[in-house]
Ligand binder design. Structure first.
Ligand SMILES: [Zn+2]
Ligand SMILES: [Zn+2]
Ligand SMILES: [Zn+2]
Length: 249
């Protein structure tokens, strides 16, 4: 009689324990393909998923670049949520110089553009349109831009409108060898403008000027650095041996 009271509690505990044992066993032999299945189970049992343990194979880890998503934000400048500015010369509120003109509607801005070599003042109230001169020459006709349908934006061709591209580090595989680091992995090491310095610093940029032993480097993000020529490692030594990708087939 004394032992009956704790039993319901214990029974209730068993399924949770079984799940954890299952998860631990799984962690040893996990493959990326099975990871989603494991995480789905975790969600239905409201146990937090453990992506670090659930996915990578032996000597692998979750990709640091995409956090195991397999995709990264589209790198195309100006791509927002998969959309870029319309390449046609339609009126865009973020292009050109908009000015306030006395007598126009409150909040309306105007801009002078050139059409057929003539100046046309256009209104901020009509983005996404193009202008043509009337054959009679007495004015301008406004047309909805056929390229962007008046929206001023078109689908980004690089990410196909998704705003995301395959992660260049893991190639979409989500997991990478444990030895790979942000500055030592096959993608990084293959960058043509990679410069490694003797002190271990790594730079993506180009040598823009030389003066004696001084080298002026302009980095990809437009920073200017000065280093000694003797501190720049020869190109042949710059690609340190990051563990190669295991053969796919
Ligand atoms: Zn357009
Ligand atoms: Zn894009
Ligand atoms: Zn990745």
């Amino acid at each position: 009689m004394v032992n009956t009271a704790p039993l319901p509690g214990r029974f209730a505990f068993y399924p949770v324990l079984a799940y954890f044992l299952g998860a631990l066993l799984f962690a040893g032999c996990g493959k990326p393909a099975d990871a989603s299945k494991s995480q789905a189970t975790a969600t239905t049992n409201s146990v937090p998923p453990a992506p670090e343990a659930a996915g990578p194979g032996p000597r692998e880890k979750v990709c640091f670049a995409c956090k195991g998503e397999g995709t990264v934000p589209c790198p195309v400048p100006g791509c927002v949520d998969g959309k870029v500015d319309c390449p046609a010369p339609c009126i865009k509120l973020n292009k050109g110089v908009w000015v306030k003109i006395p007598g126009r509607a409150p909040g309306e801005l105007m801009q002078a553009i050139m059409v057929n070599g003539k100046e046309v003042w256009v209104s901020s109230h009509h983005p996404g349109v193009t202008y043509t001169e009337r054959p009679s020459g007495d004015g301008w006709d406004m047309h909805t831009c056929p390229v962007c349908n008046g929206t001023g934006k078109v689908k980004c061709s690089v990410c196909k409108g998704t705003g995301k591209v395959t992660c260049p580090i893991c190639n979409g595989k989500k997991f990478i060898p444990v030895a790979w680091t942000p500055t030592d992995n096959p993608w990084f090491n293959s960058q043509p403008d990679l410069i490694r310095l003797a002190d271990g610093q790594v730079i993506l940029g180009r040598v823009a000027a030389s003066l004696g032993d001084d080298r002026t480097i302009i980095t990809r993000d437009k920073k200017i650095l000065h280093v000694k020529a003797s501190d720049i490692l020869p190109k042949a030594e710059t690609n340190s041996p990051a563990a190669p990708t295991p053969p796919a087939k």
